[in-house]
Design a protein around this ligand. Sequence first.
Ligand code: MGP
Ligand code: SAH
Length: 263
Amino acid sequence: MTKIKQVPVMTPSEMSVKRRRSEPIKSKLSSTSHNPNQAILKYYYQRYNLFSKYDEGILMDYEAWYSVTPENIAKHIAERVIQSLGTKGQYLIVDGLCGVGGNLIQFALQSPKVRVIGIDINKERLDMAKNNARVYGVDHQCDFVLGDFCEIMKMLGTRNQIDAVFLSPPWGGMSYLNDEKYSLNSMTPNGYDLITSCQTYLTKNIAFLMPRNVDKQELKKKVLANQPTDTFDLEENRVGNKIKTITAYFGELQDPIATTDSE
Ligand code: MGP
Ligand code: SAH
């Protein structure tokens, strides 16, 4: 792995700037090792893995750099979700914590029959999601709602027939890998509460993006204790050979031939 010794300092707006593929990063060099941009730089180098259309006007902020789902993973999850739902006249997907739209865009790209409701509590990031959906030409398939998903979901399900919900909450920053086994209790909103509430108010068809060090045993115990019939399956998501995330699929999104990995 390449070791980065000196790193350019980039403000979020500099990082949001449209660049040509061949254009080098123009900025000052940091002399400190405590520069938060140092951590973000590795994501900047992977920008085309995050958004292949990065150069066409994609906007990101600090949290988005380390939270956005890499495009190949977002595309795969979207394909799997839509395929699992079978043939339908239209599909209504909720991305409850949509960030700058990495997943929302890929759901919409699956088919013109897909409508996505993207919710985020952060206005700037929600505006970036709108912009990014426009870059991918799918903004007309998306509705953007500003607010707390935990509250919004309570009314959403009574007014709409939701086919599936996608969840990718904040994992508490980049330090999540410090835990040997990551508990969904460490998330805000709490991951277990999110699953239960979505099942109650929206649908049992849930895809939940989790850290690769998620505590699988705890997950199985908690979910099954809550509702013994609520099985799920887990899938490792890679970029190249490297596992980046794990996705849990519930309800009809489960693969009938996969088994729950509860190692
Ligand atoms: P990462 O921490 O960059 O792991 O997260 P990586 O690349 O394996 O790091 P390394 O130091 O081992 O090289 C991998 C991916 O997880 C990111 O690209 C995001 O897609 C996702 N991710 C990371 N965080 C901290 C979050 C988060 O807080 N919320 C969500 N939804 N996704 C995250
Ligand atoms: N999947 C997204 C990244 C999501 S990051 C992508 O690929 O772009 C998690 C997002 O959850 C952040 O943007 C954060 O603002 C949002 N969030 C946190 N708490 C929330 C809440 N209670 N309701 C809605 N959104 C929330």
